[in-house]
Design a protein around this ligand. Sequence first.
Ligand SMILES: Cc1ncc(COP(=O)(O)O)c(C=O)c1O
Length: 341
Amino acid sequence: MAKRARRLGVRLRPHVKTHKCVEIARLQAPDGAITVSTLAEARFFADAGFRDVTYAFPFPPGKEEEALDIASRLESLNLLVDHPDAARRLDHSARGAGTRFPVFLKVDCGYGRAGVDPESEEAVALARLVAESQGLELRGVLTHAGHAYHARSREEILAVARRERDVVVGLAERLRADGLDVPEVSLGSTPTCSVVDRLDGVTEIRPGNYAFLDVFQSAVGSGDRRDVALSVLATVAGRYPERGEVLIDAGSLALSRDPGPTHVDPACGLGVVLPVDGDGEGRVTSLSQEHGIVRGLPDLPVGEKVRVLPNHSCLTAAAHDRYHVVEGGEVQDVWRPVRGW
Ligand SMILES: Cc1ncc(COP(=O)(O)O)c(C=O)c1O
């Protein structure tokens, strides 16, 4: 992804919500510029020496004091707004503290989750409100094409990626034509950043999942199964030959219940199961809190170890309090992620 960013002429500001782990972020972002999904991450990475942090969530009112405290330890804590009330509250707190928050206008490029409608007058009015607020500084426009996950092929992802670019660059140009300064244009998801061919007008990308990849990325065509870097080690605890199933000691709390890419592979199940020693492949077909039921590997003996490749590595990683870093079959290190909000 770093090579792609260089080739496309943009900064890589990886989203560290995928792993929430300093050691991995240092590999991805030697310049210290990252994206986070919680203020707990912002604090943790600030303490670890990261300098330039974008909290990529429309700022939740009530957390202004916490944000001011974290910002005081950073060169830049960049915040998002998609509603004037949130912008006014941030402005009020920043002015009270005698400082300014750098703010991105969050833009909806078709995902339909959060962000202003880029065609609307409200988008321009909100950008102007931010630009003219004494406690805020309009840093730029920002979008995330999460609907790229609904794609069925690289071609479909490419269409979403081009639209993601066109929408956010188009709004930046409209705002500039209206007299506003818009230094940054930020976009990105792992699917779109993995396939996009041109990013003219964009200044930075924010993919996150690419650090691990998962079954979902390989199914929609934005990653290769052989490159999935995260798995959950589990043990076969029961065999049920009459049902062709085995039981593993990894349930929904260890794997998450993400349904996976059912639109491309209706039989994808809840994770891909690979024996540590031996061949074959199974699927997790049902989960309860600590129980996982696996089909496709009925002959695995009790006591055998398996690796479960997750449907969605970000959610699976968030279920664990440490990473065992494995190379050549040996555990080389243990890395600890941040937890909480
Ligand atoms: C605002 C925002 N930016 C970037 C990302 C990273 O996308 P991905 O996980 O596809 O790499 C996400 C992921 O949810 C996000 O919500």
